[in-house]
Design a protein around this ligand. Sequence first.
Ligand code: FAD
Ligand code: EPU
Length: 281
Amino acid sequence: MIKVSHLPLAKLTTLGVGGESEVWTVHDQTELLEAMQAPYRPLGGGSNLVVSDAGVKERVILLKGSLSEIDLEADPALSSEKMHVTGWVGAGKALPALVRQVQKLGLSGLEGLVGIPATVGGAVWMNAGTRYGEMWDALYCLEIAYQGKITVHHPSDFPYQYRSSGLPQGAVVSRVRLKLTPSTPEDVQAKMDFADNARKGQPKARTAGCAFKNPNGVSAGKLIDEAGLKGLRVGNAMISHEHGNFVINLGGATAADVMELLRIVREKIGIPLEMEYEVWE
Ligand code: FAD
Ligand code: EPU
């Protein structure tokens, strides 16, 4: 049954800002389509979001139940010695748990996504990744809910690119199937350790990851660092001393603090910076 609650979104986001909103928790495709009958916003792990201090007026949809379950068994009709095509993986599943389970099975393909605190659906929505791989690399197909229907698509149906899936606004990813390569748990773990090593310079704090996309492959964090903006603070939102592209919440920061901080950073960096954070107003 659909569960409706009223919650401050600060509690459901990693940055920890955002006012009270109506949260609809759905457990299967039928409930999802029902929840989508009025204006809505799908919420994953809340790890790329700055939510307004007033909350949002739309229904916030959380995917649980069968939409967060996973079947990693190889589909014999689609798999071969070289390719393991899984059963369905619910979009509400936490990505770190999925990455761990896939490693234990000795399957390769998700190592580059280690350390990303997303749900599968959120990672698909923005094609999350690192220089060691992105979500699109491991997608066999995706199931989406859109305009009252559930449909299944090939990943190349969408114009995905760096940090963007190209899915139409309003599409909700409900499930995916993954294409992985048979390997060993040890080899997959070694690749995960290598990818995780690139995160050593990232802060362990309340944050939503990188605020800006890298312009033409140049690290926005490096540009912000070189401009001397680390430690810049508005209220309780601060540019991390560890990585220039991370905004951290020192405790009690507001969305207004975060947005003003980002406005100042953009003004001071000479070239246009495109936001990676999604802003819910
Ligand atoms: P949310 O933040 O909940 O939502 C983000 C957007 O996705 C929203 O527009 C939302 O509506 C949409 N969405 C969520 N679920 C669905 C769904 N089922 N269907 C359709 N749309 C949906 N990102 C990287 O790419 N690489 C990194 O290395 C990385 N490192 C990070 C490190 C830290 C410490 C943190 C906090 C964040 C990091 N991020 C990174 C950012 C973030 O984890 C990714 O953007 C992630 O994909 C967001 O997923 P989410 O489930 O948390 O989505
Ligand atoms: N650097 C600095 N100062 C800083 C930050 C970085 O000099 O404050 C330098 C580093 O020393 C390094 C270079 O810039 O030489 C690149 O830095 P890093 O390895 O941290 O990579 P990045 O380009 O800043 C990207 C992604 C991260 C991802 C890492 C690791 C974007 C916007 N950021 O950061 O993704 O985790 O690579 O692969 O693409 C995210 O998207 O939210 C995110 C965290």
